[in-house]
Design a protein around this ligand. Structure first.
Ligand code: F6P
Ligand code: MN
Length: 350
């Protein structure tokens, strides 16, 4: 009988991996393991709410309430709010966190004084791809874990403003035909499928690898006329297929949920782009750096792929604001490097 490895067992093994005889120096500290288990439990609850659909009064927008738009100016769906509350309620009392930040909240959420304060910070997009909720198409939760720069004091927004290369854990939970939790703690990427009968996440893929070459790309083509020259050049070449400079045909996919597009790329390669465009020149991009681009970038890099903002590595960007936006190009390494090189060539030619 092949052995089943639960998320709990995987994390315990991660905790023991490099532990010294004195018991310290494990790859992940026990507090981080427990925190990740709580996040996974919250994702299970969100998955349950998502699955109820029209039967659970969870579809539709938050109408006629002061909360109907989030800090990004986007309409909040009922499930956005529910997922946000589930994550906060599950995580605030465990003693592992000092604070949380979410796409759905303008400021940070400091863990209330009535609970013990921990040394970690949790950031999340509670429900990515919200426009898919009401049409029964894949959505997900994205999360990133950072350490408090220093303990023994109240948490401030500035504590969250750390580059992606400081993350200690990152992942997402995809609510699709299956519910899949994808995680990295800096030791490769592992995928866990929710076994609904057992109520637990089971390891179904380890050491995920993104092939360096691909014949698949993902971009919202309706924005083509707004793109910058290097993006246009790159996509034009893909579209020219066999007859063009690339000498091969490319296929296109766009699910309109980053979590689902990135999952496809982790499963079979590809390149995902949401670049800066000319519609709002002062806006760096559409996606958020701290709880969308950073966690996805770390997963992609851990799987052998690359992630840039067309100029530099996303994980090296120093965030200036909690809800900062960024241009994103990630996936199969050779494609990401090609588009980044087109940007450098364009800037040098100016
Ligand atoms: O979170 C923003 C997001 O919903 C991503 O998940 C997705 O990739 C993108 O926006 C879709 O944007 P658009 O509706 O412009 O295609
Ligand atoms: Mn999102």
């Amino acid at each position: 009988m092949s052995k089943t490895i639960s998320l709990t067992r995987y994390l315990v093994e991660q905790q023991r991996k490099t532990a010294t005889p004195s018991g310290s120096g494990g790859r992940i500290p026990p507090e981080l393991r427990l925190l990740l288990e709580v996040v996974a439990r919250a994702c299970k609850n969100i998955s349950h709410a998502v699955n109820k659909g029209a039967l659970g009064s969870t579809l539709g927008s938050v109408m006629g309430s002061a909360e109907s738009e989030n800090v990004q100016g986007e309409i909040q769906k009922k499930l956005d709010i529910i997922a946000n509350e589930v994550l906060i309620e599950a995580n605030e009392w465990g003693g592992h966190l000092a604070g949380m930040a979410s796409e759905e909240m303008e400021g940070i959420y400091a863990v209330p004084n009535r609970y013990p304060q921990g040394e970690y910070l949790l950031l999340f997009d509670p429900l990515d791809g919200s426009s898919n909720i009401d049409i029964n198409v894949s959505i997900g939760t994205i999360f990133s874990v950072l350490k408090m720069p220093e303990g023994g004091r109240a948490v401030h927004e500035a504590d969250f403003l750390q580059a992606g290369n400081k993350q200690v854990a990152a992942g997402y939970c995809l609510y699709g035909p299956q519910t899949t939790l994808v995680l990295t703690v800096g030791d490769g990427v592992a995928m866990f499928t929710l076994d609904r009968e057992q109520g637990s996440f089971v390891l179904t893929e380890e050491n995920v690898q993104i092939p360096p070459d691909t014949q698949e790309f993902a971009i919202n083509m309706s924005n083509m006329r707004h793109w910058d020259t290097p993006v246009r050049r790159y996509v034009d070449e893909l579209l020219a297929g066999k007859d063009g400079v690339r000498g091969k045909d490319f296929n296109m996919r766009w699910i309109a949920a980053m979590v689902a597009d990135v999952h496809r790329i982790l499963c079979r390669g590809g390149v995902f782009m949401y670049p800066w465009d000319k519609r709002e020149p002062d806006k760096a991009g559409k996606l958020r750096l701290m709880y969308e681009a950073n966690p996805m970038s770390w997963l992609v890099e851990q799987a052998g792929g690359a992630s840039t903002n067309c100029k530099e590595r996303i994980m090296d960007l120093q965030p200036g604001r909690l809800h900062e936006r960024v241009s994103v190009v990630l996936g199969s390494k050779n494609e990401v490097e090609r588009l980044t090189a087109y940007h450098h060539a364009h800037v040098n030619a100016l």
